[in-house]
Every structure is written in C-alpha cells, then in structure tokens.
Design a protein around this ligand. Structure first.
Ligand code: TMP
Length: 313
C-alpha cells in the first residue's frame, strides 16, 4: 500500500495524512527521548505497546463521555485519529509530588498533594517546554480563559478516570500530561483530548512496592522500559486484546517480551498482512516464513497451539 504523506514527525510519533479529510494516521515509533531529547534510545516494541495503551485509554474516555481524537486502531503501530488544531500546551495534572515539582519545591517524591494540581508547559522544544502560568496562556493567545476552564475540567475528568483505572490494577497515578486540540463544527469549536495517553506521559507506581512502571525507568536507567510497559498492559488486560487479534502476537508480547527483534518484525508483518495493509515485498514475506519456521509455527496456526507451545506459564 502506498504510504500516505507525512505531515509531522515528533520525537515518539509520526502523523500522516488520513484517508479522508479531517483525519490523520498516528504512527507510534519505538524512539524514546528524555530531558528534551538529550537522552535518546530505540526501545524495541514501545510503539506497539503505546499504540495499544493509548487506544485503551482513549476508548475508556469515549465511554465516559470525554471527547478525544481517537477513531480506531489500524494496525500494531497506527491509529486513525481526528485532525485537531493542537493547543501549544502540555497540560500536566499531579496527584503526588514527583519530577519537576519535587525539584522546584524541594518536596519528597511521593508526597500527596492537597488536591490535584493542574499546570501548563509551553510546547516549544527549543525552549525546553517551560512552565507557564494561566496569565501567559491567555495573554499570548494560546487559549482563552473560557478554553482554560474547559481544559481544567477535561484534565480533572481524565485524572479521575485514569486514577480509578490504574488503582483497580494496583497502580498509583502520580501525575500525567495530556494535550488538547480544537475541532471545528462550522463556527462551533470544541476542545478534545489529543496526542496520546501512555506510560510515556504518565508517572505510574506500583501501589505495594513503589516500583516505577513508566518512562522514568528510561529517564533514570532503572531497567527495561519494555518490561515495565508490558506489565502495565498485562494488568489492564490490554494484551488479551492483542491475543485475540493474532495468536502469534502472544509469543511476542507475553512470551518474548518484545526483546527478540526479528520475531517482533515478523509478527508485525504477519499481522499487517492479515489486516490487508502490508506494504508487500518478497523479503518481508520470506522473513515471516523463515522466522515462523524457526519458531516451529506456521502462519495462521491457532491460539491453542501457540499456548501449548510456549505461552501460558
Ligand atoms: P515533570 O515532573 O517532569 O514536569 O513531568 C510531569 C508529567 O508530565 C510526567 O508524568 C511526565 C510528563 N511529561 C511528558 O509527558 N512530557 C514531557 O516533555 C515532560 C517534561 C513531562
């Protein structure tokens, strides 16, 4: 399939023109950056997990009536989204002190905050996304006071939703970042949640052990980021959806923890092929077959077989 035109490339995602006006295709890369891209790495499988997780959270928001850009997932790394006019702010909500607020105010990480605190950073890489006040936001015309009232209300609803979902699987939502976009319906403008919701943009701590299950694992060199995100996905039941999509994915996400690059690649191709969107090529086909054989599997084999072979336990 011919690749659609790229409209934007960020640090962790690429946006392509969508199949119809008012849509984009959002592609999740494996790239991770921290400290305004001073630290960089490619984390095999991160994009696949974040695509799934963002789908899960956005669908949950839709279910409780919080409008957002997600339309549907297209494949392992891509989702169809509504095109928005992005507001150039990172909207951060904090429940417990961590990261920059701890540094700024000398608060120990994990200290509960008196109430959820909403703050804004101006999205500008050259400036390192500086924190800004509401006064700045309104004075510089990034959003009106009315927009800000709506943004705070959306941010707090997202916070309540995510806090509850994570609490249910033994995870504390310390803080997170969302982005908000405008959509137009004639003259009528609405604000909706855009970008992504994933462990890249949240702080998630295991309630019992305090173990970090978010991008701080990468920022602070605390171990495998893929293992952390896989743990989050497994607890939320997101990987079960993967299993339903294609049995071989299980090998990847559960069995091999996305560590085996050729397997991940093969599985992606296979899934894309099945969904009819494979950018076909002989090499890729051969790859799939070769690796499938190496695994002792034929493409299309049933879940029971895969389970029997290597999965469960
Ligand atoms: P901070 O403590 O570094 O200000 O981060 C607050 C939250 O926002 C944390 O969950 C990580 C997230 N975040 C992003 O998603 N993107 C960013 O560029 C930064 C700095 C933070």
């Amino acid at each position: 399939m011919a690749r659609l035109k790229k409209v934007y490339e960020g640090k962790a995602k690429i946006l392509y023109e969508g199949p119809e006006p008012g849509t984009f295709i959002q592609y999740f890369k494996d790239d991770a950056t921290a400290f305004n891209a001073q630290k960089k790495a490619t984390i095999e499988g991160k994009g696949v997990l974040n695509n799934r997780l963002s789908e899960f959270f956005m669908q949950g928001l839709t279910n409780i009536g919080v409008p957002n850009h997600f339309i549907r997932r297209l494949n392992m790394r891509e989702q169809l989204i509504r095109q928005v006019e992005i507001i150039p702010l990172e909207v951060i909500v904090r429940n417990f002190a961590a990261g920059s607020i701890s540094k700024r105010l000398g608060m120990e990480e994990g200290t509960p905050l008196p109430r959820p605190i909403v703050e804004y950073s101006y999205k500008n890489d050259a400036l390192g996304d500086p924190m800004v006040s509401e006064e700045y936001v309104v004075a510089f015309g990034w959003a009106t006071q009315q927009d800000l009232d709506d943004i705070i209300s959306i941010a707090l609803r997202v916070n309540d939703f995510l806090s509850g979902v994570f609490y249910g699987v033994g995870i504390k939502l310390v803080d997170f970042k969302i982005e908000i976009g405008r959509i137009w319906d004639g003259d009528f403008m609405r604000l909706i949640v855009a970008d992504e919701i994933s462990p890249d943009s949240c702080r998630l701590w295991d309630i019992k052990t305090g173990q970090k299950l978010d991008k701080d694992v990468f920022r602070r060199d605390l171990g495998s980021l893929t293992d952390a995100y896989t743990e989050v996905a497994q607890r939320l039941g997101v990987l079960e959806l993967v299993e339903l999509l294609h049995p071989l994915l299980v090998l990847d996400t559960v069995g091999l923890h996305l560590r085996d690059r050729p397997v991940l690649h093969a599985i992606e191709l296979l899934a894309q092929d099945e969904l009819g969107i494979l950018d076909d090529g002989l090499d890729q086909r051969q790859d799939v077959e070769r690796i499938g054989r190496r695994l002792g599997l034929e493409a299309g084999q049933g879940l029971e077989h895969v389970q029997g072979q290597r999965l469960i336990h």
